[in-house]
Design a protein around this ligand. Sequence first.
Ligand code: B3K
Ligand code: ZN
Length: 867
Amino acid sequence: PVAKKRADYQPADFEIEHVKLAFYLDETRTKVRAISTISRRVKHANTLVLDGVDLTLLSLNIDGEPYHDYLQTDAGLQINIDADNFELCIDTQINPEQNSSLEGLYKSAGTYCTQCEAEGFRKITYFLDRPDNLATYDVYIEAEQAAFPYLLSNGNPTGQGELENGKHWVSWSDPYKKPSYLFALVAGDFDLLEDSFSTLSGREVKLQLFVDKGNAAKGEHALASLKKAMAWDEQVYGLEYDLDIYMVVAVDFFNMGAMENKGLNVFNSKFVLADDLSATDEDYFNIESVIAHEYFHNWTGNRVTCRDWFQLSLKEGLTVFRDQQFSSDMASAAINRINNVKVIREHQFAEDASPMSHPIRPDEVMEMNNFYTVTVYNKGAEVISMLHKMLGQTGFRAGMDLYFERHDGQAVTCDDFVNAMADANQKNLNLFKRWYAQSGTPEVFADYLFDEQNQILTLSVKQVNAPTADQSYKQALSIPLDIEVLDSTGTPLPLFSGQQTSAVLTLEQQQQSWSFHCANQPAALCLLRDFSAPVKLHLSQTDEQLKLIMLNASDAFSRFDAWHQLLNRYINQTLESEHPQQGLPQKALCSIKNVLAEVLNDDKIDLALKAEMLCVPSFETMAQLNSQIDVEALLAIKQGLEHFLATELVESWFYHYQNNQTAAYEYNQQQVAKRRMHNVCLNYLLIADAAKYAEQAKQQYLSADNMSDTLGVLKACQDNHVALFDELMADFEQRWQHDALVMDKWFALQAGAFRSDILSRIELLKEHSGFSLRNPNRTRALIGTFAFYNTQAMHHIDGSGYKWLTEQLILLDKINPQVAARIVTPMLQFKRYDAIRQPLIKHQLMRLANQPDLSTDLYEKVSKALN
Ligand code: B3K
Ligand code: ZN
């Protein structure tokens, strides 16, 4: 396979303006007729090149006559034709039943559904399967009525009827031009939830949510979330929905979270279904956010779409930014921001440090599905967030308005977006555009001086952009620093001789300094308030200064971050010491404990933030401290610290455990914070004395009226009380075997347990009647959890984890390459491990590389890693 390059973009010679699709659904032999109205865009062009994969061509007609002047290739059709306007009619046959890649038309547990982004439409019919071909679609669907009473597609329904032999048909028409990746078809039998929304301008929109039979009650939260998202987009961006009907279908077999097909979203049921007993607070949060994300795409993605797939962040970075803004308005803004930053630090920084490093607008792609990444999505959202920070909400909104005014109905580039922002604000953003072109995590080094006599604070900052796997030459970036200066009482000081106590400074050169008025002697500085740029910041501050920030900074992220900086300081000292694998020394442990005790007893700190700060950072977060990963040392540090805090503060944990019981379940922010605190405490209690607190834990399990408290117990005993874990897991399985989404949690808990017999247990679980490699949620729960989160077993020094994972990937790649290519991720960064592990992982990667018929998905990643 060869990579496509962004620089090689060429518009197509022909354009499909309108297409009439007819589907005759059948398990193994679905017939598809596509009648395309085509016009020539480039004079004298005489070859129409259409994409098509795994299709059986039945017939090809042009303007009603059989036509034979074409060539069939692996990638599609080359039709020789010299005409300005013509109608092409192609009949193909496809096999949905056999389609386990879950791309194109496939069957998910009895339901027909489609997934066309990025390049799945070519598995349905021959087409210009590229996002810059915008067409209107009319769709006709025919299927057996009893098994498939609902036949859905994009746009508005235009007709329906019954046929002989138990079949029926429905037709749809979508008035909005769209790229093929937004096409969707669903056929199945469902429970239907209906509601309606009246738009700002007074139009009634019918809302329909389709779920598996018997699950209607579990759709209420998703439907309510949809209405909130619709109202929010009107209020904040003035954007209204544009069709008369908005449909969401939940399916069980889906490669990712959800898909924003025009008027017909298809969702992984994980992001639709919820009720108190079966869904956690996190599930409720995620459903609201994914429902909103897909809805927001209607403008940022569908009305204005991408010119080519290299521009993916145009719609994804922007839509993630919008869904994060929405979530911050709906739930705890502080916790939401902290969690978003964690994703960047734990996963995106790691991706940028890996062989898969790429800019948010990639330059080279072999398999597009490999670029739906934390970089394109989440770093992409941070880049938008920086614009927002620099322009303010009003300026940003003006830029959005101009973007829609200019580009509604078009397929455009990231540059077009930034240009709209620049023009609406009369600002030159050329330098800022480097964020789109450059990969890697900038390191920012800062220092300051205070001239007491003149009350002048001088801040000196420099940026270092180290080479990454994909780019050796780097330029200076434009980096907004949102600053606040605290005095010794923790009060923010007025800056720039005005009243304002915070400011956004933009670093635009390699090195820069600012001198400005500061009302009094600074005691501590926050330079990256709200994580104002996706960078690693280095500013040396004493423990006392960090504590001052922790307890006083006006922004929650800065407080949380100061605490992590303090911790990181001790962790780094240990990592650099002679025996890092002995964990943190007693003195460090005591200092950390004393700080945490203060946090624990500080009533001013918001409960949700407090619970967050009381958790020891994850292995993945700690692994970001160094370019090399010392598995044993990090595990020893983490476990040693947890154990010390658990035992030293055991009375406090017990006290706060008792004091944070929640009343009857409700999904609201107060309860969410309380439950979090409650379960953080329970975890420490079980670490401190598993035998003593087992009864407490069991009681919680037995009396829980919600899944957060149930899972809280299972997680707390997962590594701390094996006997109780096994007992409760057996009970849990009995109780929940009928519920696939809950059973995913069960599989994930099993796969994440640190125990010596884990590999043989996972082997057994693979034989479990509920396990199937064809089901992505299940596969991610069992194999993905092991690979990503079971550090001890996955990175076992004997290499058994790597070997086992590789064997699974070889099997999975044949079934579902997209999912396989996600789960290989932990092995790609093999060079960050020690001298014993490196060759073990490398050996397994080579084994993968040598597989006959390896998918392009895996090939692209594995070959980059081995390069
Ligand atoms: N746009 C889809 C993702 C499609 C992934 C294709 N492999 C979901 C989303 O970002 O909203
Ligand atoms: Zn998206």
